[in-house]
Design a protein around this ligand. Sequence first.
Ligand code: GDD
Ligand code: MN
Length: 356
Amino acid sequence: MSSLHLVLVPTYNERENIQALLDAICVHPDVHVLVIDDASPDGTANEVTTHPFFEDRVFLLSREGKQGLGAAYRAGFAWGFERPYETLTQMDADFSHHPEDLPRLLAEIEGGADVAIGSRRVHGGQIVGWSLWRQFSSAAAMTASRVLLGLKTKDVTAGFRTWRRGFIERLPVLSLKSNGYAFQEEMMLTAEQHGAAVREVPVTFRDRERGASKLGLHEIQEFFYTLGRLTLIRRKRFAMYAVIGAMGSVVDLGGFVFFHHHFGMGVLEANILATSIAVLHNFLWHNFVTFKKHRKRTQVAFVEFIAVSLVGMILNSLVVLAGVSVGLWPVVAKILAIGCVTVWNYLLNSRVTFKV
Ligand code: GDD
Ligand code: MN
């Protein structure tokens, strides 16, 4: 039994491209196409309905007016989720993303990726036909997004991506807010926050030969607005995590000083006891404040939090012992250990314990 794949193609005035594109996609077996058209004045929708495979392998979702790329994709994903497709691919209608590359993306999903990106930013990928200015703006926008949002993906605004259905169905795609091109980066952020296994496949992106780009001032404004909005949301949580982490460190450090220096416990025992108290303190804050919108069952989260913390504690003790053995003051070694472990714990807790 072979599995079915869906390619989502948003269109606005792509009459000159759409027939050839549908032909090129339909070359691949077991692939269906959904064109999401925003009432293109040039009659793109009409071209779709005259395709020989219309309503067999080629489908059309007609919308009332131009509502933006993101809005079109949300409608397309909703359509796909109602039908038994194994993968959903996003692709532009203008041949900048070539259907020939589709099998390489599908193969990555087959190989275990949650999302395969037709990437211009990995070795072997390239952009052909863009002005220096457009190349520079794109690179700047991507660098800003990656740094501010902490993204690992290189081509964050890529519009050519194949998603594993089982993965994307669990993302809150349909409630993402951006309507324009910013939707692409917002989706990527959400995917990474949900622990996506991302594979970037090098592709050659060729600027369109027919029709015009829809990238306008409005899209650029929304891109920066979205970047600011997402960064704020992310930083808020960072700030909260750091404050609670600092409070936990005070508990941890205070406990250590008390148990070791005043109570006379050994370095290791005092460290374990102080850290255990700090772990409970931190969990309560993170569960009810920092990650209150991302909570799982408290018991489950607590067990995972303890597991993360235990590994952290071992790391913590190793750093303390290593520090002391190279001649650091126990308290200094302890401060160093808290720093290392805070970073480690944030990475794991935000991805595993609380599923941001
Ligand atoms: N339905 C619908 N509604 N489709 C739209 C809309 C809209 O409001 N705006 C654009 N599209 C469609 C276009 O018809 C095309 O198929 C696709 O979205 C991409 O639009 P282009 O106008 O060709 O984008 P580009 O070449 O300037 O943009 C490239 O860079 C972006 C930012 O990096 C592409 O690679 C995009 O995928 C990418 O996000
Ligand atoms: Mn284009």
